[in-house]
Design a protein around this ligand. Structure first.
Ligand SMILES: *[C@@H]1O[C@H](CO)[C@@H](O)[C@H](O)[C@H]1NC(C)=O
Ligand SMILES: *[C@@H]1O[C@H](CO)[C@@H](O)[C@H](O)[C@H]1NC(C)=O
Length: 318
């Protein structure tokens, strides 16, 4: 009895560390999923799906230091909706966490494709926060989304922009550096723009210290009575609040996950890793599962990684 319980706890702990990572490969325009990494800059984790956790690194901006950091630029009308798809294991925002979308305008005369997004240039246009009720429960409405869509504010001036999406997973955020940032940046040209002045403008890295109450937070015990969304307020402020949850996506909401159900279901997900193919050939991606009791998937890792036994329940490509 004790033994099987401790094994379960060990599996749950492993699952929290190694499973359920994801990327944002496709820009959604006009309801259509565009080709992966065509308008979204290919992120460092496009194969291993791992999060960025150091908010002081330049990678907290677009997570592209190991990639070329450029894509094609998609034309979008101000006031229209765009979005990002989620790809991973499984392909939804599996972890409990919160979401922000920022935009930054490339300096006039600069092609956004060759712009790095540095400086105090980012303004927030959208967020999905946590829902609290004074300490009884905390829920994360972004959990389970397989795509996230949001409007480009009609007040946005015409011009070329980066759109930066981030999901901040909070399941192990109780110690510094535990929050997991799943980030991507897309390149767009906003047409039919308005005459607004976006702001407040913030910088990445810089905006987050990692010590914010919404980033360094134990979401399990005691259950937080309130939640403070990281980052500046949404622009434009009209209405004074974020868009209602019902407009946030049209796609699969697996559930509005409470911390209890998340903890339970994370036990089940270790066996679903599939290979991410890439220049190194087919096989299981770095850090993904490649074996263990009950494992029925591939046991071959992409080059140059080796399937390494961590325990009888879990082998990983390292
Ligand atoms: C777009 O991608 C999302 C996420 O993978 C998927 O759920 C959705 O069905 C796709 N939509 C279309 C029209 O293919
Ligand atoms: C909850 O509110 C208090 C008082 O404003 C604040 O100090 C604390 O940081 C908040 N907690 C979270 C998790 O945002």
């Amino acid at each position: 009895m004790m033994k099987s319980l401790s094994v379960l706890v060990a599996i749950a702990a492993l699952a929290a560390k190694v499973s359920a990572h994801y990327t944002w490969p496709q820009l959604i325009v006009g309801g259509v999923n565009t080709t992966a990494w065509e308008y979204v800059r290919e992120t460092n984790n496009w194969q291993d799906l791992n999060p960025q956790t150091d908010v002081t690194q330049t990678d907290i901006r677009c997570y592209t230091s190991l990639e070329s950091g450029t894509s094609s630029t998609m034309s979008v009308a101000a006031g229209s909706s765009v979005g990002f798809t989620v790809d991973g294991n499984p392909s939804n925002l599996y972890h409990p966490g919160v979401l922000n979308v920022y935009m930054a305008k490339a300096p006039s005369g600069t092609d956004v494709a060759s712009w790095d997004g540095s400086g105090e240039v980012w303004f927030k246009i959208y967020q999905i926060s946590a829902v609290t009720d004074g300490g009884e429960t905390i829920t994360f409405p972004a959990t389970g989304l397989s795509e996230v869509t949001f409007p480009i504010p009609s007040e946005t001036p015409s011009g070329q922009y980066l759109i930066r999406i981030e999901h901040i997973a909070l399941h192990v955020a109780g110690s510094y550096g535990g929050a997991q940032f799943y980030i991507a940046c897309a390149q767009v040209e906003v047409t039919n723009g308005g005459t607004g002045t976006p702001g407040p403008l913030v910088e990445f890295p810089g905006e987050y210290t990692g010590y914010e109450p919404g980033i360094l937070i134990d979401i399990y015990y005691p259950i937080p009575a309130n939640y403070t969304q990281p980052g500046p307020p949404i622009w434009p402020a009209a209405g004074g609040s974020s868009p209602p949850a019902s407009s946030q996506t049209t796609s699969t909401v697996v559930s509005t996950t409470s911390i209890k159900s998340t903890a339970t279901s994370s036990i089940k997900t270790t066996a679903t890793t599939t290979a991410t193919s890439g220049p190194t050939g087919t096989g299981v991606a770095q850090y993904a599962q490649c074996g263990g009791e009950g494992w029925t998937g591939s046991t071959v890792c992409v080059s140059p990684y080796t399937c390494t036994v961590l325990n009888s329940y879990y082998s990983q490509c390292l």
